[in-house]
Design a protein around this ligand. Structure first.
Ligand code: V47
Ligand code: SF4
Length: 370
């Protein structure tokens, strides 16, 4: 049976039928249509998102081999959803000296990892020169590694502190060895909700400007959205819409990663967490709405292995990496697995048992040939 026959036998309103027709004809949805997607039956959304994903990625599911470094959790900001940041000297704070960080890098010398992902808090005194030195020392040890580092919020602070323009700062970091930029710090772009959850840090406009400038200087990046807190469906679609507009302009985003708000040990705990039904809906809507993004990534240490596997039937085509000693952002906010790691065999099995084809990629989605 053809996809449109399956869809038209489902219980859809006339408005929903028009939306499905547009998607099947590869026509772009507007924000009202995008918001209406959240009212679709979940099974129908899964079929549509899988159809869109299949056209872009066939049955491939990507993963990479990476490790994480979190130089510090000391942060000048106090985002309401964050369980991770501490003040200098506070219980639970850390700031690893450079030689300790480099020792960890050394331990990957004989491995086949292709990426190191570096993010942390916005430390008041660590500046662009400090991080530049870190990047260049990492490159001395692992010359071929791709360094994906620093959220737009960290970049904003370190570049301003160095008295440089965005462009100058990004070019300087690129020359030190920066390969691309992760998607963090986007949170939710709506100004009212952003004011309530992270009023102190870089604004939505600054986040978008940093990514736009990075793309113009040849640095590709990822995009995220923190969902499941104070925002509603319209805020989510408006967030996706801003990303879609920037992608039209620069084509510099590699992937979109929805991040589910986790509730332990932070000031928004009273809100609780959205359930799996909402997670799957959110993946499917993101896949359908972001027609100019090639990839949608489920960050499995946040989602857990079981739900990650189900997400592959809701538009997801990437499950990130074999994350050793992973980010503590999620374990400190209540993710079940406190030291998440899957070896290549486990990752490929997880993908194969979903009827998909595992493909190892590098950070920029070049396929690693074995
Ligand atoms: O910006 C903080 C989020 C982000 C919580 O680019 C929380 O490949 C849920 O950006 N519940 C940082 N989320 C992590 C990040 C990331 C992760 C994986 C892959 C990539 C990539 C980027 O973590 C922050 C914020 O949105 N975060 N606290 C929390 N309680
Ligand atoms: Fe700092 Fe990032 Fe936590 Fe906000 S989310 S308080 S910027 S570490």
């Amino acid at each position: 049976m053809l996809i449109n026959e399956i869809l038209f036998s489902a219980q859809l309103t006339n408005e929903q039928k028009l939306i499905v027709t547009k998607i099947i004809n590869s026509e772009r949805l507007n924000t009202a249509e995008g918001t209406e997607l959240f009212n679709f039956d979940l099974g129908v959304l899964g079929i549509i998102a899988s159809h869109v994903n299949l056209k872009k990625n066939e049955s491939k599911v990507y993963f990479n081999k990476n490790f994480h470094i979190e130089p510090t959790n000391i942060c000048i900001y106090n985002c309401k959803f964050c369980s991770y940041h501490r003040r200098i000297g506070e219980d639970g704070s850390w700031e690893y000296p450079l030689d300790e960080i480099l020792k960890k890098v050394e331990s990957y010398k004989n491995s086949d990892v292709t990426e190191v992902h570096i993010v942390g808090g916005v430390h008041p005194s660590r500046d662009l020169n400090y991080y530049g030195l870190m990047l260049s020392k990492i490159k001395e040890i692992l010359p071929h590694i791709h360094i994906k580092a620093f959220t737009a919020v960290e970049l904003d602070y370190m570049i301003k502190k160095a008295g440089l323009t965005l462009e100058e700062g990004l070019i300087k970091l690129k020359n030190y060895g920066l390969g691309s930029i992760p998607g963090g710090g986007a949170e939710i772009f709506d100004p009212e909700i952003r004011k309530k959850v992270c009023h102190e840090k870089s604004s939505s406009e600054q986040w978008l400007m940093i990514h736009e400038t990075a793309h113009k200087t040849g640095l590709q990046s990822n995009a995220t959205m923190l969902y499941g807190h104070l925002e509603n469906y319209r805020h989510r679609i408006e967030h996706l819409n801003k990303l879609r507009e920037l992608q039209d302009k620069t084509n510099g985003f590699n992937t979109f990663i929805p991040l589910k708000y986790k509730k332990e040990n932070n000031s928004l705990s009273y809100l609780g967490e959205v359930n799996t039904y909402e997670d799957l809906k959110n993946y499917a809507v993101s896949r359908i709405y972001l027609d100019n993004f090639n990839h949608i990534k489920a960050y499995w240490p946040m989602l857990g292995k079981d739900i990650t596997q189900i997400a592959l039937s809701f538009g997801v085509d990437d499950i990130d990496g074999t994350i050793d000693d992973s980010t503590k952002i999620y374990s400190m906010a209540g993710a079940k697995d406190t030291r998440p790691s899957m070896n290549t065999n486990e990752i490929t099995q997880l993908i194969k048992t979903s009827g998909k084809i595992p493909v190892e990629r590098d950070t920029l989605y070049n396929i690693i040939q074995k």
